[in-house]
Design a protein around this ligand. Structure first.
Ligand code: GLN
Length: 476
């Protein structure tokens, strides 16, 4: 058992960060001990925490690994971070990430690539992304828990590749106040830790209503949907559509191993089908980019974003738009620019009908398919939630089990290779369905495959976070 103290975390930061580049900034040791002196007694007392650079953390920059926010200091602290600090946790650093959360390898950002703490020979692997810095920080002992954001898998994929646990709660469980928006209808604050138990402890502290985020679940909804069920008799579905050709032998092996462990814990394992899963990736990359193009419009150098220093005459309209263009060209990296352009295109008059609307329909179909396989009815589709218990579908499953990714971490290349863009989007095929449906999902490390970790994913019905965590503690 590792005993975590802030000083051991600071020691690991010193020792390991130069090699891993997991952190965007670290809090000076004097400031950490200052905080420790003032620390409130609480359930997370002195837990060292690393926060992703797109979650506002008072006193340090919230850069989103972007040039446009390189000097931005938020005037407030995110609700999630505030709750952790009030429970006694100490922020020791902010983490490296893909710019604005757009990526799967932690390679696109002003800090340069981060690296996986697990290594074979001299080759250096990606920690996954976009919360790769958070995952590498947990895996190397720089912190006890880390916060990440998960729009399409950014907490679960790096957790799987770094060998830690990564949890994306139900949409709206943890307040998004202070999380910089990428795609607001998909974004969730997620947690990374070495054990399911630490995730659970931190989750219960952050999963509370917040009037500052109108999509954060109300207290009364939480009361109605929170349920505890015994593990014996729990039905676990194996969704056939994730059984794809690209799945490596190690991912398949991990999948079989996880199913066997859950069967031994008293769960019943059954096959299920979610026919529209193969369409979730194109639907995600249409909807997420459409929302991103709108969310990122605020970085115009006027209110937000570093203004270009290109000289223009203030009153000439043509010059003003040049200044605006220069601000955005200098402020955003190539991947973010590519996505803003694609997102703007799919929202244009002609493309809207062909891309945006069909993607919304696919999203609805996927949500419906999840509702059809789960035993628990979806609380959002039901007016009389009080009778939920009576409506259990006896042939439904309580959770589904499937790989987090096709295989283990790929190599991290120092320069972003243009030709591999689409193949890097393919990494997300296993993780985006949970965001489209808003359901909770988590990745647990199961076993090392030839020295590199591999993760297994569990997902459950909207609001069934507690059961999911309970099941996850039986897989290892
Ligand atoms: N890799 C996905 C993307 O680039 C997911 C990112 C995320 O969850 N923030 O959109």
């Amino acid at each position: 058992i590792t005993i975590f103290t802030s000083s051991s975390a600071l020691g690991e930061i010193d020792r390991q960060n130069p090699r891993l580049n997991a952190l965007a900034s670290s809090v000076p040791p004097a400031a950490v001990s200052d905080t420790l002196d003032k620390t409130i007694h609480g359930p997370l007392q002195e837990w060292p925490v690393v926060v992703k650079s797109n979650i506002a953390t008072g006193g340090t920059t919230t850069t989103c690994a972007s040039q446009t926010l390189a000097k931005y200091i938020s005037p407030f602290t995110a609700t999630a971070v505030d709750l952790l600090q009030k429970a006694g946790a100490v922020v020791v650093g902010t983490s490296n990430m893909d710019e604005f959360g757009m990526g799967s390898k932690t390679q696109f950002g002003i800090y340069g690539p981060a690296y996986n703490p697990h290594q074979i020979d001299a080759s250096r692997h990606s920690p996954g992304g976009s919360s790769g810095g958070s995952a590498a920080a947990v895996a190397s002992g720089m912190c006890r828990i880390a916060l990440g954001s998960d729009t399409g898998g950014s907490v679960r994929l790096p957790a799987a590749w770094c060998g830690v646990v990564g949890f994306k709660p139900t949409y709206g469980r943890i307040s998004r106040h202070g999380l910089v928006s990428y795609a607001s209808s998909l974004d969730a604050v997620g947690i990374l830790a070495s054990t399911v138990h630490d995730i659970e402890t931190a989750y219960h502290i952050m999963a509370v209503p917040d009037s500052k985020d109108m999509t954060c679940m109300s207290g009364s909804l939480r009361d109605r949907i929170d349920s505890e069920r015994p593990l014996a008799g729990i039905r676990i579905g194996i969704p056939q559509e994730f059984w794809v050709e690209e799945l490596t032998e190690s991912a398949l092996d991990a999948w079989r191993h996880g199913a066997q462990q859950l069967a031994e814990a008293g769960c019943e394992i059954v096959k299920v089908s979610l026919p529209h899963i193969p369409s979730s990736l194109p639907a995600y990359y249409t909807l997420a980019l459409a929302e991103a193009s709108s969310n990122l419009a605020r970085y115009d150098g006027i209110r937000f974003g570093t203004r270009s220093s290109v000289r223009t005459q203030i009153l000439a309209l043509a010059n003003a738009s040049l200044k605006y263009a220069a601000t955005r060209s200098e402020g955003f990296g190539p991947e973010v620019q590519r996505r803003i352009l694609l997102g703007t295109y799919v929202m244009s008059d002609s493309a809207y009908q062909h891309y945006y609307l069909p993607s919304q329909r696919i999203r609805q179909l996927i949500q419906r398919e999840f509702d059809q396989i789960f035993a628990l009815p979806n609380a959002l589709c039901n007016s009389s939630i009080a009778t939920l218990g009576n409506q259990h579908r006896p042939d439904g499953v309580d959770a589904i089990l499937f790989p987090t990714s096709n295989g283990t971490a790929p190599l991290q290349h120092d320069s972003a290779d243009e030709s591999s863009q689409v193949s890097s989007y393919v990494n997300d095929v296993m993780t985006v369905p949970a965001n489209l449906a808003g359901i909770p999902a988590l990745s647990v490390p199961v076993r090392h495959s030839h020295g590199m970790p591999i993760g297994l994913q569990l997902a459950a019905q909207y609001g069934d976070d507690n059961l999911l965590l309970q099941i996850a503690s039986h897989v290892r």
